[in-house]
Design a binder for this molecule. Structure first.
Ligand code: NDP
Length: 295
């Protein structure tokens, strides 16, 4: 069994990006600038945004964090996005989700200029991704593709089972794995809460992508010997021994599943850091004028 070490791979990607940014700087060109919007004070969102901003600095990017009160009006938020769209110094815009209930997320995403949509959620980028055209790919699935690529995981002709069909993880993951690329060329089964016989389906999987949001959901009896497991879940479970009062757990029961796998990603240290590396790659590509990250 080998660990898919997202921390290690993301560090390598960040080092490469830092070198590329140093080259831009040396040539007198513009360095990447990511603008992040955080509304309210959801603790998980605070953590995610803070690590994105920190990673920008590590790679020599500029970043701007715009923080707004949870009571911000939808109109004011949309106006802020428009200002960022029009600001030539800003290359990438991300709005940390979820947003407060009174704000229409769809409207917010649709307002972001698709050429600055480094989270890849704008329908223009989603449509292009589905059509196999250059597009900004949502950071988590893109990060998983980079992880599979780094470890040369054979995917061609393999049966991949994706658990979870969200627009940010499961659905784009299923599209990317089924495309005629490497990694890719999988036969994909996309599953969700209405799927019958999920355990049986998983037992036939060569690759499982678990993106459910339930700790320890995938157990050893659901996994075929030698399978590749990518655990996307980030679940906070109470832990009195921690200063924060919680610890992070994946969607996969790691201790019992790992011995059966050929490869498995841990939580933390797997998909999380790869998501940030992918976001930085998207932002770099936006800065140098590319229309996307993969095609
Ligand atoms: P969502 O809650 O949006 O989606 C969860 C999906 O799981 C849904 O499609 C749901 O089905 C499905 N599901 C729920 N219960 C079952 C079940 N019993 N059997 C089969 N499918 C089920 O979550 P996200 O996709 O946003 O996130 C998933 C996990 O990944 C979370 O833990 C999240 O924190 C983590 N995450 C991690 C990231 C990272 O950087 N590592 C980034 C983004 C998310 P249905 O559609 O029918 O409701």
């Amino acid at each position: 069994m080998q660990i898919l070490d997202g921390k290690l791979v993301s560090e390598a990607i960040k080092a490469q990006l830092a070198a590329q940014v140093a080259e831009l700087k040396a040539a007198g060109k513009k360095v990447p600038h990511l603008a992040a919007i955080l509304v309210g004070n959801n603790p998980a969102s605070e953590t995610y945004v803070a690590s994105k901003v920190k990673s920008c600095a590590e790679c020599g990017y500029n970043s701007t964090l715009l923080r707004f009160d949870a009571q911000i009006s939808e109109k004011h938020l949309l106006d802020q996005i428009t200002l960022l769209n029009e600001n030539p110094d800003v290359d990438g815009i991300l709005v940390q989700l979820p947003l407060p209930k009174h704000i229409n997320e769809e409207l917010v995403i649709n307002t972001i200029d698709p050429s600055k949509d480094v989270d890849g959620f704008h329908p223009m980028n989603v449509g292009k991704m589905v059509s196999g055209l250059p597009a900004f790919i949502p950071a988590t699935p893109y990060g998983i593709m980079l992880l599979l690529e780094h470890y040369n995981i054979p995917t061609k002709g393999k049966h991949a089972v994706v658990i979870g069909r969200s627009h940010i993880v499961g659905t784009p993951m299923s599209i990317l794995l089924s495309r005629n690329t490497n990694p890719g060329n999988c036969t994909v089964t996309l599953t969700h809460s209405h799927t019958h016989n999920l355990s049986e389906i998983c037992r036939e999987a060569d690759i499982i992508i678990a993106a459910i949001g339930k700790p320890d959901f995938v157990t050893a009896d659901m996994v075929k010997e030698g399978a590749v497991i990518v655990d996307v879940g980030i679940n906070r479970v109470e832990d009195a021994s921690k200063k924060s009062g919680f610890r992070l757990k994946g969607d996969v029961k790691f201790d019992e599943v790992a011995p059966k796998c050929s490869y498995i990603s841990p939580v933390p240290g797997g998909v999380g850091p790869m998501t940030i590396a992918a976001l930085l790659k998207n932002t770099y590509h936006a800065t140098i004028g590319l229309k996307g990250s993969m095609n």
